[in-house]
Write a protein that binds this ligand. Structure first.
Ligand code: SF4
Ligand code: SF4
Length: 353
């Protein structure tokens, strides 16, 4: 940018510093925090050490990643934010939110005590205090996004996802909807990419992250597992695994990939390695709002799978045979590759007299 352009350019509106208040004191296993530490693009260390150009300085408060700070010292920024003395901040919730209206004589959760009464302060109370003041609210993992495993049929806590608790039309102080990053746990880079986008938006240098109707980042959850699975060619040829040791398509042994929004098989888990159906683990739909009840029992064939595999069977078997014939031809070298005395490659030296 020239000096003249700099003089006329509107001032960038954004924050130079922002705090992340991360609470996992709901129905949570902390698996999303642990998963996040496996990200390399970017890594959490790069983020908090300011090694990513253009991002605000990030102050992260996450209990798993702050082992040296405990008790009231750890709670201090949370209490300051609740008093309106810490701004701006991003609230990250990990774990589902119980229904404290049905907690009997006790509390389903606790994150510090109320200084006035000495009674435990529930996750719900913290959300009530912090969410309206937060510049952005992020749900890390399927439990925080949609309720997840803890909200399955028969659970005693009546727990739910953040949007069920705050309302699907909730808007943060930064005018953002809740940003859901589902996954059980989150795929490391899916979460860090989303957080980085939110931070670039906070810096004033990016639009809000595009979300779908379930508040998921569109670029991560817009396609199905099946659309990114490298076993899809077995499916297309109607070549299905009958047990869990097979390298073939696993739809008949429980894979829900064709109807699940997730990019893990395409992306891998850590540094492109690992995944689910691509490496032999059926997709159990852990990113989905209907998880887990709509997909259990996991190791049974999905109901839709029998119809689609039946329809594709005659075509797939025929195509497989045809391809096998062409494959045999393609596996032979041309006949002019030899060491006999005569050249048989078809070379025609036209320019010779
Ligand atoms: S293993 Fe699952 S995701 Fe992969 S091709 Fe088969 S049905 Fe699709
Ligand atoms: S592929 Fe299926 S089981 Fe694996 S992370 Fe995605 S949704 Fe979960």
């Amino acid at each position: 940018m020239t000096q003249a352009q700099e003089a006329t350019a509107p001032a960038r509106e954004g924050f130079d510093e922002i705090t992340i208040l991360w609470i996992s004191e709901g129905m949570s296993c902390d698996g999303d925090t642990v998963s996040m530490t496996a990200s390399a693009q970017p890594s959490i260390e790069d983020l908090v050490n300011g090694r990513i150009p253009g991002l605000p300085k990030v102050n992260l408060h996450n209990k798993v990643l702050s082992p040296a700070v405990g008790g009231e010292q750890f709670l201090a920024p949370f209490r300051a934010a609740a008093r309106g003395e810490l701004d701006p901040f991003i609230l990250v919730i990990e774990g589902s939110i119980p229904n404290e209206n049905v907690n009997g004589d006790g509390f389903w959760t606790s994150f510090g005590n109320d200084p006035d009464t000495g009674e435990p302060m529930t996750l719900n109370r913290w959300i009530d205090m912090l969410a309206p003041r937060a510049w952005a609210v992020v749900a890390a993992g399927t439990c925080a996004a949609y309720g997840g495993i803890h909200a399955m049929a028969g659970n005693p806590t009546g727990c739910m996802g953040l949007a069920d608790y705050l309302g699907w039309d909730f808007r943060s102080a930064g005018a953002l909807p809740i940003v859901n990053v589902p996954g059980c746990p989150i795929q490391p880079e899916n979460f860090m990419e989303t957080l980085t986008w939110v931070l670039y938006h906070a810096a004033g240098s990016a639009p809000p992250p595009p979300l779908d109707s379930m508040l998921r980042p569109q670029w991560l959850f817009g396609k199905t597992v099946h659309e990114g699975c490298d076993r899809g060619s077995y499916y297309e040829q109607a070549d299905f695994a009958r047990d869990y040791n097979s390298p073939k398509c696993q739809v008949k042994v429980g894979c829900w990939g064709p109807v699940v929004n997730c990019n893990v098989p395409k992306r891998g888990w850590m540094g492109g390695l690992g995944g689910c159906p691509n490496v032999g683990g059926i997709c159990i739909a852990c990113t989905m709002p209907g998880f887990p009840d709509k997909f259990m029992p996991f190791m049974d064939q999905p109901p839709g799978g029998s119809l689609s595999t039946m329809l594709i069977k005659p075509y797939g078997a025929f195509i497989r045979r045809m391809r096998a014939i062409t494959n045999r031809t393609a596996n032979r070298e041309p006949k002019w590759h030899h060491k006999r005395d005569a050249l048989t490659s078809g070379y025609d030296p036209r320019w010779r007299p």
